[in-house]
Every structure is written in structure tokens, then in C-alpha cells.
Design a protein around this ligand. Structure first.
Ligand SMILES: *[C@@H]1O[C@H](CO)[C@@H](O)[C@H](O)[C@H]1NC(C)=O
Ligand SMILES: *[C@@H]1O[C@H](CO)[C@@H](O)[C@H](O)[C@H]1NC(C)=O
Length: 473
């Protein structure tokens, strides 16, 4: 006998096939019929599978496997007004472009600090900066298949920063920024000329010489003999640049540059913060949907109730002691003069090793008791402070513990990034959200070895906040 078992596979009883040939003919046609029916039904099952999956995802949308598509921002970058019209200063004929070698460092704030300096150089030289997407990982795929939940490999910069594509440069009679894709379209491979821009570390400490160096870079790019399309083959604004004294020396000129004055995060970032504004700073005016394009930007009021604490955690357990071993300086704009907490780093040469390691640990990874004590002191000195925002890349356990201790110390509210960027679509741009919240908080306590804190320090000081309100562990 032939029959189907429960799973639908064919079961043949050998004894029933062998003897009778007469019975076999009708049996075989039955069998054929049955198999065909089964196959037909299976095919419908296979076709229905994706549909069932979609319904399932729709019903259980907690952790969709795919990251957001950023279709709006990719679309905006394709149709920027600066690229749309013939005869613009940025058009194929009139344009002059500069593209910097990609920034290899991972992490949004690493890329942002270089990007601001690149924008400044392009602005000075009246060339359109070809800005790159935010590189989350190096991958040829748009979505990195090795991460779960799945992550984008590239995110349009416009989804994080509005001022790369806003075209603010036009208000100052300079060529406006364009996305890298546009550069690749209008600049043929053979037309691209490569230049190197040298950073002379000997000039790092002196404001006059640092400004002169930036002007020289701009002059080199402006040079009439260079064609429309220029590529800077090595990114001059690298780790060494930000460890040097250049950032402090350049701050006075950079902070008044339209590149920093007109700097703005994206509407996507503002929408996320907008949603939680009543928690962050009750009664504050929400962000406008339309970002104003005015030559003199209005100043955003600080959130005087909010104390932002940057608790950076490294995945490398030796990280802080390795900083101590080489007496590492604070990075970037964390070194700006008069910011409380940065005066004793790097320590004097003679300091004994144990004391030096202790100092670096306290600055780089402060223990929870120190965090609570610091927050309490700040509240005593600044009575408007009532809530805390924790910026941290630490694991859930650490953040939950810090929060528990702070809550028990009488703070009205202790918020973390997860309370504000709580939707799955927000996850990939949470660093930009954190940076903007820290920028606007009443008092900020940063980590001197972090690019995030450095960008916050740059923006806060350029916004004109008193130096006492931007501090370090
Ligand atoms: C930048 O270049 C454009 C096109 O040549 C020119 O019209 C404009 O005046 C230049 N801007 C400055 C500040 O030189
Ligand atoms: C922020 O919220 C206000 C009022 O709730 C709204 O009018 C505005 O469009 C929002 N801004 C953004 C960027 O979504």
C-alpha cells in the first residue's frame, strides 16, 4: 500500500507493490493524483509564506529586522536646489568642488569633528564640499548582514545634520555643499586632481599661525590652476590634529565662522527630541518644523533645569590606563581654556605613576559614587538644576545602576537616551540626539577623551554659554 504520513511524504509498503500488476495501475494513477494535489497545495504555501511573514511583522513591530530606509533624506540629497539649476555657482560648468578622503574612524562624532573642519576649509576656498554619507561600517552592502538587529552601513548625512545640505553658504556668497554622489556624477575620473594639505604640527599652539595655516590650505584649493574637481588625498583633520593644540588655537575663528554659527542637526533629530521635550525641559518652546534660513541665527535658549552627564564606557578594559601610560591630552575642543576639569590633563611630567593612573581613571571612567557626589555639588551651586540626562554607551546594567543611585539622591527625573530615542527608527541616530541635548542642557559634564564631548564643547562655547557650565570629570 502507498500512503502519505502526517508530514506528507510518501510511504510505500514494498509488499503491496511487488505481487499484483493489475492493482498497481489504478494505484499508480491514484498516487499521481494525490501527489499533484499535494504539490499544488505546497506551492500555495510557499507563495503565502512572505505574506504571512509581513503580517507577522506588522503585528509584532517591536524589532523589525530592517533598519529605516531614510528614503526622505536620500531623496532630498538627490534634488537639492544647488544641483537642480543650470547656471548656479554649483552647476557642472560653474562649479568648483572639493572632496576629502573618507574619514576612516567609526562613530558619528569622530566623523562630525572632521566634517566641520572640512566644511570650514571648503567655505574659505569657495568650493562646494562633497560631503560623504555617515559611514556606520565599512561594507559593500547597504545593510550590514553581520549585525543583529540589522544596521545600515551608510546613512545620508542629511538625516543627522541639516547644515551639510541646507545651502547656508549661499547667504555668504560661497558655493554650497553637495553630496558625494553629485561630485561623482559631475567629475569624470580623469578630471579629478589630487592635492595634499599639510598640517604643520609646529604651528599648533599659536592662534595666529594656526589661522594662517587654514588660510594657506584654502589658498591652495582656490588656486586658479587647479581645475573644477579636486580631491584631498589624505584627510588632514585626523586623530593627531585633534590631539594637538590646533582646535583651541582655531576656536576663535572657527566659532564665528558661518559653518559653526549655522550648524544645525536634522529635522529627524529635532522630531525625536520634540517628542520628549516635556520630560527634558517642561514648558520649553518646541523645535520648528522648518529650520530657519536666516543670516543671523536666533539663539536657542538653554534648558536650565537639565544636567547632562556623559558617562562614556570603552569596550577595552585597558583603555583608561593606556591613556594614563602615555599621559594623553584631552582631545579636540575639550581643551578650550577655562573649562573646569581640564586644567590638570595632561599632568606635570614628574607625577608618580600611581597618582597619574588614579587621575586618568577618575577622568575617563569615574566610579558611581563620584558621579553622585559631583551631581549633588552641581545642584548646590546651580539651584535651577532638577533633572539629569545620562549620555552613555555603557551596557544596560551600568546605566540602570547609575540611574537608580541618582534617583535615590533626590533628582526629579533621571533620563537616558533610551527614554528619548525610544522608537526603533531612532536607534541609529541616537548619538546626534545625545549631542544636541547635551548642547542645550544647563550644565554639561563631559569626558575629555571623547569626540562627542569635544563637539558639545565646541557648540556650547560657540553658542556663548559661560565656561563654568561646560565641565569635565
Ligand atoms: C565664489 O565664487 C562665485 C562664482 O565664481 C562668485 O560669484 C562669488 O563671488 C565667490 N565668492 C567669494 C566670497 O569670493
Ligand atoms: C515640534 O512640535 C511642535 C508642536 O508640537 C510642532 O509644531 C513642530 O512641527 C515640531 N517640530 C518638528 C521638527 O517636528
Amino acid at each position: 500500500m502507498a500512503s502519505f504520513n502526517k508530514e506528507g511524504s510518501l510511504q510505500l509498503d514494498p509488499a503491496s507493490i511487488l505481487p499484483s500488476t493489475r492493482r498497481t495501475a489504478s494505484n499508480l494513477s491514484n498516487l499521481l493524483q494525490l501527489t499533484l494535489n499535494r504539490l499544488r497545495r505546497n506551492r500555495w504555501n510557499i507563495l503565502a509564506l512572505p505574506f504571512v511573514c509581513l503580517v507577522f511583522l506588522w503585528l509584532v513591530p517591536l524589532s523589525p529586522p530592517l533598519p529605516p530606509s531614510y528614503a526622505t533624506e536620500w531623496g532630498e540629497e538627490r534634488w537639492l536646489p544647488q544641483m537642480a539649476f543650470e547656471g548656479n555657482m554649483e552647476s557642472k560648468e560653474e562649479g568648483r568642488f572639493v572632496n576629502f578622503a573618507p574619514i576612516k574612524e567609526e562613530g558619528f562624532n569622530y566623523q562630525l569633528q572632521s566634517l566641520i573642519l572640512q566644511q570650514h576649509t571648503a567655505f574659505l576656498s569657495n568650493r562646494s564640499l562633497a560631503y560623504h554619507p555617515y559611514h556606520v561600517h565599512d561594507s559593500i552592502f547597504p545593510i550590514s548582514p553581520t549585525h543583529w538587529p540589522l544596521k545600515s552601513s551608510r546613512i545620508p548625512m542629511t538625516a543627522l545634520i541639516w547644515s551639510v545640505s541646507s545651502g547656508f553658504e549661499g547667504m555668504f556668497d560661497r558655493r554650497r555643499g553637495i553630496p558625494l554622489k553629485h561630485f561623482q556624477t559631475v567629475c569624470g575620473v580623469h578630471e579629478i586632481q589630487r592635492v595634499e594639505l599639510h598640517v604643520d604640527m609646529a604651528h599648533a599652539g599659536d592662534e595666529g599661525q594656526a589661522v594662517e595655516m587654514m588660510k594657506n590650505m584654502a589658498r591652495k584649493l582656490e588656486d586658479e590652476s587647479l581645475g573644477r574637481c579636486v580631491e584631498v588625498s589624505v584627510n588632514p583633520f585626523d586623530r593627531g590634529f585633534f590631539e594637538s593644540h590646533f582646535p583651541e588655537a582655531l576656536f576663535p575663528s572657527l566659532s564665528t565662522s558661518p559653518v559653526v554659527k549655522q550648524f544645525s542637526f536634522s529635522p529627524r533629530v529635532f522630531r525625536i527630541i520634540n517628542r520628549s521635550l516635556e520630560l527634558l525641559s517642561p514648558g520649553t518652546k518646541p523645535y520648528d518644523e522648518e529650520i530657519e534660513m536666516v543670516k543671523k541665527p536666533r539663539r536657542a535658549k538653554p534648558w536650565k533645569n537639565l544636567l547632562a552627564l556623559h558617562l562614556r564606557k570603552s569596550t577595552d578594559s585597558e583603555y583608561c590606563s593606556s591613556l594614563g601610560e602615555r599621559s594623553a591630552p584631552f582631545v579636540g575642543f575639550n581643551k578650550l581654556p577655562k573649562l573646569p576639569g581640564n586644567e590638570n590633563v595632561p599632568p606635570p611630567n614628574g607625577m608618580v605613576s600611581a597618582a597619574r593612573q588614579g587621575l586618568y581613571l577618575a577622568k575617563c571612567d569615574p566610579p558611581i559614587l563620584d558621579i553622585i557626589a559631583r551631581a549633588r555639588r552641581l545642584r548646590d551651586n546651580h539651584p535651577t538644576l532638577s533633572s539629569i540626562y545620562i549620555l552613555s554607551n555603557g551596557d544596560y546594567g551600568f546605566v540602570a545602576e547609575a540611574r537608580k543611585w541618582l534617583e535615590s539622591d533626590g533628582w526629579d527625573r533621571v533620563l537616558t537616551s533610551a527614554d528619548v530615542a525610544y522608537k526603533w527608527e531612532d536607534r541609529e541616530i541616537v548619538e546626534a540626539v545625545d549631542t544636541e541635548i547635551a548642547r542645550r542642557s544647563g550644565v554639561f559634564v563631559g569626558n575629555g577623551f571623547s569626540a562627542l564631548s569635544s563637539n558639545v564643547a565646541l557648540l556650547r562655547n560657540a553658542d556663548g554659554k559661560h565656561t563654568d557650565f561646560t565641565q569635565y570629570w
